[in-house]
Write a protein that binds this ligand. Structure first.
Ligand SMILES: Cc1cc2nc3c(=O)[nH]c(=O)nc-3n(C[C@H](O)[C@H](O)[C@H](O)COP(=O)(O)OP(=O)(O)OC[C@H]3O[C@@H](n4cnc5c(N)ncnc54)[C@H](O)[C@@H]3O)c2cc1C
Ligand SMILES: *[C@@H]1O[C@H](CO)[C@@H](O)[C@H](O)[C@H]1NC(C)=O
Ligand SMILES: *[C@@H]1O[C@H](CO)[C@@H](O)[C@H](O)[C@H]1NC(C)=O
Ligand SMILES: *[C@@H]1O[C@H](CO)[C@@H](O)[C@H](O)[C@H]1NC(C)=O
Ligand SMILES: *[C@@H]1O[C@H](CO)[C@@H](O)[C@H](O)[C@H]1NC(C)=O
Ligand SMILES: *[C@@H]1O[C@H](CO)[C@@H](O)[C@H](O)[C@H]1NC(C)=O
Ligand SMILES: *[C@@H]1O[C@H](CO)[C@@H](O)[C@H](O)[C@H]1NC(C)=O
Ligand SMILES: *[C@@H]1O[C@H](CO)[C@@H](O)[C@H](O)[C@H]1NC(C)=O
Ligand SMILES: *[C@@H]1O[C@H](CO)[C@@H](O)[C@H](O)[C@H]1NC(C)=O
Ligand SMILES: *[C@@H]1O[C@H](CO)[C@@H](O)[C@H](O)[C@H]1NC(C)=O
Length: 606
């Protein structure tokens, strides 16, 4: 804390009262480098922002949060980030780490882009803002596999309930009947909202769910613990603009004297600081300064917490000598802790757009791409009033559906979903052309039913390409490699064909677009999926928690309290820790995990 005092004294009279971000530093100052913090958190994304906030609630605890991204600390406030309808444009910019996967065997050996947020707010600043908590069965499975009942839905419920705050819609419409207020708290730091713009196929999908309610029921709130059914979407959007972890958990708290946030600063490894009862302690990090090509070591009094996300947290552990010893030795890194599960168990969701043509006369958001006048008007509307089509990041409705227990998919392997409250596939209804493979035609009306395989069985890896901390790791999600996954996606395509044949859609949808139209046999459907699929960008599970005593391969790299097995003073708190990916978009469960983790860390001090 003393450096803050010093800099305040030095700044003296020139410190304007409007200086909003006393604790936000654009680089590692020598004052910071000479301060010993109680906790050092690496990464200011979904999880890191929560942990920094919760630990610094206690005035006696000093916290340093180190974030690699952000040219300036207020980057999360950038208009490009805040316009919900423009999220795809953030990829391959300075807000993205620009990762690429290895060739994906299940995707005809295509390599795909693997975006990750490189900015304060992390991936919450570049994601598509879908807000999902996951299902009761998802968390109950976490509790079962870790042996820690604290990870069950019921036990987590106070965190789940109090995480989000449903804020009024930006366009003033009534949200009655679009969600269940009883399953949301009203005091959370994470502001969310229902959609602020409505598309016709959203309403049609609701009607279709009423028409086919036995197979595709309506669900008032997918965030109640039971995700299954067709519902209105919920988003991390506040007053028509994106709301990141930095907006909710950091910016309002920059005045805390015991919280320092440094952006533009890359951590290259964690550093062993000694041993405690023969167990190596890792209470320091090494940070890299690219302009001087030098490193600085920062030591924490209590703990280092890695919240660098499910690509970089395992990468940092391996760079530090914590991982599979033969893999480390192979690239010339001295193994310090044998922990073969680091970088294994990667889980992600398969993204498969099913594009349809719709009747020529209707209005669709293809206009945003096809009609410059409309696009300019939409941008002006968003800029002036934070309303209109650009407030919508995707669809305003989505379905979370299960395949029947009798599905042929489950003759191949047991159902990989967590249970009855978890879907097998998600179907997002969007009235525009979506594909990461096909180029949209310059004119035409399209609807995309975006299929996401939400309870997958495939498992991938993060591994070292080299010992160079500035080189990206090898990312191999192994999408659609488990036979049950390709079978589930095949049966999901067949199921949504039934949904889209409901009377509600008659006279609106005219047909399937492209190769989908010709795909009916198993082989044709599989070929269509493998050649058109991508990622929903939900990488998880790469430093998974597991049972405390177990050190066998497959038992997880973390204890249930998120401490790294075989170490002291080191935890991983982010989406890496999920033993199973949840059956929803993953930011919500990352926030939930980080809220409980913060209490675990606070309680460990006593
Ligand atoms: C394009 C995209 C779309 C998505 N869409 C959705 C969606 O609609 N809904 C949803 O729920 N989820 C979505 N997700 C996933 C969701 O955003 C993530 O699951 C969530 O942000 C994970 O949180 P995290 O804390 O684990 O990691 P992140 O939020 O990625 O944060 C990690 C942080 O650590 C920093 N960092 C990494 N390495 C270092 C280092 N060496 N030194 C210093 N700092 C470092 C990073 O820059 C980053 O800020 C999407 C993700 C992406 C990329
Ligand atoms: C790198 O070092 C230079 C020289 O000491 C310093 O001015 C700069 O702020 C440092 N950059 C970061 C990002 O810490
Ligand atoms: C961020 O945006 C808010 C709202 O527009 C504004 O009040 C605040 O000053 C901005 N902060 C920065 C650092 O630009
Ligand atoms: C990602 O790529 C873009 C485009 O090449 C580049 O401008 C940006 O700096 C890159 N991001 C990072 C973090 O290097
Ligand atoms: C993908 O690559 C593997 C390994 O190189 C090869 O065996 C396989 O035939 C390739 N598959 C396709 C569809 O090209
Ligand atoms: C949905 O069904 C209701 C009741 O039949 C009908 O009034 C409404 O027009 C339908 N919505 C759309 C978008 O067709
Ligand atoms: C979140 O929403 C609440 C209620 O609308 C508001 O008071 C608060 O300022 C918002 N938080 C931020 C950080 O904007
Ligand atoms: C940075 O320093 C390392 C180690 O001292 C050296 O190997 C490397 O060549 C340097 N890189 C640059 C760009 O100077
Ligand atoms: C383009 O958008 C403008 C503004 O919404 C609209 O008036 C015009 O009819 C549109 N043009 C076409 C070809 O749809
Ligand atoms: C679908 O099959 C028909 C008949 O074989 C063929 O003419 C057409 O080009 C195919 N369409 C696509 C998009 O593959």
């Amino acid at each position: 804390m003393s450096h803050r005092l010093t800099s305040l004294l030095l700044a003296g009279a020139v410190l304007a009262p409007s200086e909003a971000f006393a604790a936000l530093h654009q680089g590692l100052t020598s004052a910071l480098a000479h301060t010993t913090f109680d906790y050092i958190i690496v990464g200011g994304g979904a999880a890191g922002a929560v942990v920094a906030n919760r630990l610094s609630e206690d005035h006696d605890i000093s916290v340093l949060l180190i974030e690699a991204g952000s040219r300036k600390g207020s980057d999360f406030n950038d208009t490009a980030i805040e316009i919900p309808g423009r999220s795809a444009a953030l990829q391959k910019t300075r807000f993205d780490w620009n990762f690429t996967t290895t060739p994906q065997v299940g995707y005809d050996n295509r390599s795909i882009a693997y975006p990750r947020g490189h900015v304060l707010g992390g991936s919450t600043a570049i994601n598509v803002m879908a807000y999902c908590r996951g299902s009761r069965d998802d968390y109950d499975r976490w509790a079962r596999v870790t042996g820690d009942y604290g990870w069950s839905w019921d036990s987590l419920f106070p965190y789940i309930l109090n995480l989000d705050r449903v804020t009024p819609s930006a366009d003033g419409h009534s949200t009655a009947g679009q969600f269940n207020p009883d399953v949301h708290g009203h005091t959370g730091l994470l502001n969310i909202s229902l959609a602020n713009y409505f598309i016709e196929p959203g309403a049609l999908s609701i009607n279709a769910s009423h028409e086919l309610s036995s197979q595709f029921p309506f669900n008032l709130d997918f965030n109640s613990g039971n995700t299954v059914g067709l519902s209105y979407t919920q988003q991390t959007i506040y007053k028509g603009a994106r709301f990141t972890s930095a907006h909710g958990y950091l910016a309002p708290f920059f005045e805390r004297p015991n919280l320092d946030v440094v952006v533009n600063t890359l951590v290259t490894k964690v550093v062993q600081t000694g041993t405690h009862r023969d167990v190596p302690a890792f209470r320091a990090v090494q940070v890299y300064n690219s302009s001087t090509n030098t490193t600085t070591k920062l030591t924490a009094r209590h703990e280092v917490i890695l919240s660098a996300g499910a690509v970089k947290s395992p990468h940092l552990l391996m760079l530090s000598g914590i991982g599979d010893t033969s893999e480390l030795s192979a690239v010339g890194i001295e193994p310090l802790v044998s922990l073969p599960d680091v970088g294994k168990n990667l889980q992600d969701h398969v993204f498969l757009p099913l594009i349809h043509t719709v009747v020529p006369g209707v209005f669709t958001l293809n206009q945003l791409r096809e009609n410059a006048t409309f696009a300019a008007a939409a941008l002006a509307q968003w800029t002036n009033t934070r309303t209109g089509p650009l407030t919508l990041p995707g669809g305003d409705t989505w379905g979370w559906f299960r395949l029947p227990a009798s599905s042929s998919a489950f003759e191949i392997a047991p159902d990989p979903s967590a249970g009855e409250t978890s879907a097998h596939y998600e179907a997002i209804i969007e009235d525009t052309f979506i594909s990461k493979v096909l180029t949209p035609p310059s004119t035409g009306n399209f609807l995309t039913l975006l299929l996401n395989l939400i309870s997958p069985a495939s498992r991938g890896t993060i591994s070292l390409a080299s010992a160079d901390p500035l080189a990206a790791p090898l990312i191999d999600p192994r999408f659609l490699t488990a036979p049950v996954d390709i079978a589930m996606i095949r049966e999901a395509i067949r199921a949504v064909r039934v949904f889209l044949a409901a009377p509600a859609w008659q006279g609106w949808i005219t047909g399937e677009y492209g190769a989908l139209a010709n795909a009916t046999t198993d082989a044709e459907l599989d070929a269509f999926a493998r050649s058109n699929a991508d990622s929903v960008d939900h990488v998880s599970g790469t430093v998974a928690m597991g049972p405390r005593e177990c050190t066998r391969v497959g038992c997880g790299a973390l204890n249930p309290d998120l401490s790294v097995k075989g170490t002291v003073g080191l935890r991983v708190v982010d989406a890496s820790a999920f033993p199973f990916i949840i059956s929803g978009h993953t930011q919500g469960s990352t926030y939930i995990l980080a809220e409980r983790a913060s209490d675990i860390i606070k309680n460990a001090r006593h």
